[in-house]
Design a protein around this ligand. Structure first.
Ligand code: PLP
Ligand code: COI
Length: 355
């Protein structure tokens, strides 16, 4: 087909909107879904033209390959509305590219140029009223692709479905986050799929995270699978550690998701004159810094979580608390990134995209 534009996306609207049932003042994360979704199927070797349809359940045969072999990937981004009701996305091209990076690794056919961005813009056009304006809320956008072909043969599917669903959402975490530094389980390994947003990466984290939650922590901090000596990332966030005045984050690799928030934070911190080091950081170094008082902050960074300060961590049956700083890097960087996202501040980086 020719290049996808807004005008060749067919739209079927709901007969009655559900929007009046929504309490926009008390939104949780990802629990309520907007009226419409984008739907696009891959059959006979081609991605068909996406459509916008009412948000609806899917009917799938029990032999559908997603259920058996987990061939599924997803993305996460947000839409924001400013005081003039203008709608913005934050670095959506990066999500579009990353979805195709994940697709390639999971033997899923990549989406053609424009399907992600043009499809998303068309969807937002239809569901613009679902974008919250309350402080700390936004429209969370979940694009995903799964194997919708059938059969028990353990091989890539011959059919796929691409959907974009959206959910008006409040904060991902309520309050501060405590973490357990993992000594046994691994999220990913060299040569594996850790850098892809593959659904199974998250399923594999649930059990170790449950164990951490039973011990009173919110999240696991993943360490490298080989030695468990180096800090890599959190369950749904990249991780930043401030020792004295230096902000440190681990380099991305096969094992770590190349977070869009992470790279934005690195750029903003440098712009603020903060010394940033992208390097391996050992658990020993962090524990030592906690003991000698040079560990000032730890925070997670991700689209859903934005910047989530970590108030303490556990390691080898010992708990370490972090100081509650008044002018933390976390609060300064969170303000700068959310002001750019919501069009409250000038975007000197060219990240914001008006829809
Ligand atoms: N790491 C993992 C495992 C994630 O799931 C996410 C969330 O998307 C991130 C990091 C942060 O990535 P981004 O900032 O692109 O949302
Ligand atoms: C996001 O931050 O968008 C994510 O995809 C994390 C998700 C597991 C909630």
């Amino acid at each position: 087909m020719s290049k996808l534009t807004n005008s060749n996306i067919e739209v079927t609207k709901v007969s009655t909107s559900r929007i009046n049932d929504v309490d926009f003042e008390n939104l949780s994360f990802g629990q309520i879904f907007s009226d419409h979704m984008l739907l696009c199927t891959y059959k006979n070797g081609v991605w068909n033209t996406p459509k916008i349809v009412p948000y609806q359940p899917l009917t799938l045969d029990p032999s559908t390959k997603i259920f058996h072999y987990g061939q599924a990937i997803f993305e996460g981004l947000k839409a924001y509305k400013d005081a003039n009701n203008d709608v913005f996305l934050f670095r959506p091209e990066d999500n579009s590219k990353r979805l195709n990076i994940s697709a390639k690794r999971m033997a899923i056919p990549e989406l053609p140029e424009g399907y992600f961005i043009e499809g998303l813009k068309a969807l937002l056009h239809v569901d613009k009223d679902w974008i919250p304006t309350q402080e700390g809320s936004s429209l969370y956008i979940r694009p995903f692709i799964f194997a919708s072909g059938q059969g028990f043969h353990a091989s890539p599917s011959d059919e796929y479905t691409f959907i974009i669903a959206t959910a008006p959402s409040g904060p991902y975490f309520s309050g501060n986050v405590t973490v357990l530094i993992e000594e046994h389980y691994s999220r990913s390994a060299n040569g594996g799929v850790g850098y892809a947003k593959a659904a199974g990466n998250y399923a594999g984290q649930f059990y170790p995270t449950q164990l951490a939650v039973e011990k009173g922590y919110n999240q696991v901090i993943w360490t490298d699978d080989n030695t468990h000596e180096y800090i890599e990332e959190a369950g749904a966030m990249n991780i930043f550690i401030r020792i004295n005045d230096t902000l440190i984050t681990s380099p991305t690799s096969d094992r770590i998701l190349d977070g869009i928030t992470r790279k934005s934070i690195i750029a903003i911190a440098k712009d603020e004159g903060i010394q940033v080091e992208v390097r391996k950081i050992s658990v020993t170094e962090v524990v030592e810094a906690a003991k000698n008082g040079s560990l000032k902050e730890m925070f997670g960074a991700g689209t859903a979580a934005v910047i989530s300060p970590i108030s303490g961590f556990g390691f080898k049956n010992k708990d370490y608390e972090l100081p509650d700083l008044e002018n933390s890097y976390a609060s300064k960087l969170k303000k700068r990134i959310t002001d750019i996202q919501t069009n409250k501040a000038e975007d000197t980086f060219g990240w914001r995209v008006k829809v």
